[in-house]
Design a protein around this ligand. Sequence first.
Ligand code: FDP
Length: 340
Amino acid sequence: MDHAAEAHRTDLMTITRYVLNEQSKHPESRGDFTILLNHIVLGCKFVCSAVNKAGLAKLIGLAGETNVQGEEQKKLDVLSNEVFIKALVSSGRTCILVSEEDEEATFVEPSKRGRYCVVFDPLDGSSNIDCGVSIGTIFGIYMIKEGGEPKLEDVLQPGKNMLAAGYCMYGSSCTLVLSTGAGVNGFTLDPSLGEFILTHPDIKIPKKGKIYSVNEGNAKNWDGPTAKYVEKCKFPKDGSPAKSLRYIGSMVADVHRTLLYGGIFLYPADKKSPNGKLRVLYEVFPMSFLMEQAGGQAFTGKQRALDLVPKKIHERSPIFLGSYDDVEEIKALYAAEEPK
Ligand code: FDP
């Protein structure tokens, strides 16, 4: 990047301008998606600001704790959930919301209803909050089927039916990565403007990477293909260099690195958790959607992740996602295990 030229750039592509440009390619569009996205962006900005202030404001802590003024303190993930639910309902464009924080789906009251269903994890990687490691919001957007009342089935659709997906990472900078089904773009929050500016246009994941990312503490419980794959990463027999291990333990941060640098992120099934840990609707699907849109792949150990049809809103699935060639390797190991 030519930093001198960047410093003098005056034609800023904000996320709103980007989405409006996309919208103009569809003359039939009524602008509803742009409005919805603006509300998601508002939620991200709020959470970003709350995360940045968390240490000072003593927002960190157990939900239900009280501060010195005797006011109830909200844990950051509880606060983030409230912010997103309120922003999404007030957009007037949503009908069903599924949040990691809420056991039941929220059905928006008829007077505020729109056509979109949003599935989201308002603050993913919460075990990292207290030590200041990057955390994020993950979201996916579906559209309700025409006619009739919104039903839970409207969100129990395969990930390939999503219209858009993205995440916002609250780290050294605040980065929003979005796909509306035509590639992947990254926007960075300029705090002085309060706007997300396009900084990573048309992200493509390298075809093969040099990094693997997994919680190796679970290795004793892995199945054969996962164990063989990780062994191959460390001790390749084809003369290629060993891969480096990077694991933050915050899905947004691990996936963001994988998207930009290439490699593979895996949260496999193991003997203790036969369905893995990560949630299908608001972790596995949005990240798989982004990976495919960036030229990578996402696989569950049995099938393409985006083909999965969830039966419950908080269902879990194993996931292997990242560079095309790296995921191809794990697919081959699972295929070799299949009974002939
Ligand atoms: P967390 O438990 O901190 O909320 O699904 C949540 C998640 O984090 C992901 O962000 C992360 O990738 C994963 O769990 C980490 O799990 P392990 O601690 O089991 O490795």
